[in-house]
Design a binder for this molecule. Sequence first.
Ligand code: NDP
Ligand code: MG
Length: 380
Amino acid sequence: MKKIALIGSTGSIGTQVIQTVLDNPTQFEIVALVANSSHKAFSEQLNRLAPAYAALTDGVAAQKVTQIPANTTFLKGEQGGLTALEECGADLAFIACSGFAGLAYSLKAIELGMAVALANKETLVCGGDLVMPKADKLFPVDSEHSAIWQCLNFNRNTPFERLVITASGGPFRGRKWETLSSVTAAQALNHPTWNMGAKITIDSATLLNKGYEVIEAHHLYNAPYSKISTVIHPKSIVHSMVQFSDGATMAQLSYPTMEVPIRLALTFPERLKGRLNSMDFTKALTLEFLPLIRQDYPLYDLALCCGERGGVLPTALNAASEVAVGAFLKGQIGFTDMYTVADKVIQRTEFCAVESFEQLCGIDKISRERAIRLIDEINA
Ligand code: NDP
Ligand code: MG
């Protein structure tokens, strides 16, 4: 029985992890659940799963959790979430929360010697330099990195020539950036192939998400940026590819759900029978690939510039993006303003190499403050 600590249990990935656990009750036990503020959904999860430890990081929402199971230790606040992880004795921490907050949980889980199933992409985008030297049991959940992992036969040291990351292109594929200033949050949230949380869905419409994935791939597979490409693949069937020196290209195909990467990260090195059918090749299927023009997607381009320069810049970019996406979703700024805010925050960030988690927390804080001021200026 594998003991799981699930961070971000109420989200898109978190609820799919719980479904997998419920489908396989003899294989997995959830020993800790952590979420932020969705107290109703969290209360239902507590009553269904009765984990030994549980925490809601939002103090006000935590007051609203009633009917805590008798054997569950219930904690509050960000420190409560980390304590739940520390005390629960899990074999594997599934880091499925959104945002910069994920880095603290990933570092804690690694320090505790747990295996880490990593969905939270901000962990590597912001803290790849801190995480990778210590991470020997890190199982990628982002579908592109899971695909690459599979193509490398699960060995991150397998030599390769190039990593090719696929991108659906999002809901505005084919449109020029300058024409997008008045698109609404509802239009941007309408992703053609994936059903995900709000932040990553908006980032998939701007392609910032794809820039993040290039940075993640750089850290996970020790790949220079010159050996990572992105290609537009509208159907999201090929999840990514690896090219080798003899001219061979390996690809991983499956229908666009997160079931394969979630299950693989839970059961590696085994594969777990899923609900998902394999691809049906008895019917005609056409797969299309189109080149991605980096300059047409300014947030993708900015992410790559930050990744290539490295240091604290990706952390500043992420903080600006978390604030800007929140403001866009609330109707405070337009779609293309998200780039303006992020770009100006980066211009005001001084480059320095990553030294510590505390240093990154400081960059995160100051960059959020800068982004909030820039949004106020846009609205003045
Ligand atoms: P959601 O927005 O659906 O869910 C986020 C989860 O994180 C919620 O449970 C939320 O709690 C919780 N959370 C937020 N802040 C904290 C915190 N400080 N401490 C603990 N928990 C917190 O996001 P997704 O599930 O879509 O994505 C999660 C991560 O996985 C992101 O980094 C995303 O980029 C990545 N990812 C997601 C994919 C997907 O298909 N969804 C694919 C690949 C990567 P609450 O509900 O209470 O606010
Ligand atoms: Mg992805």
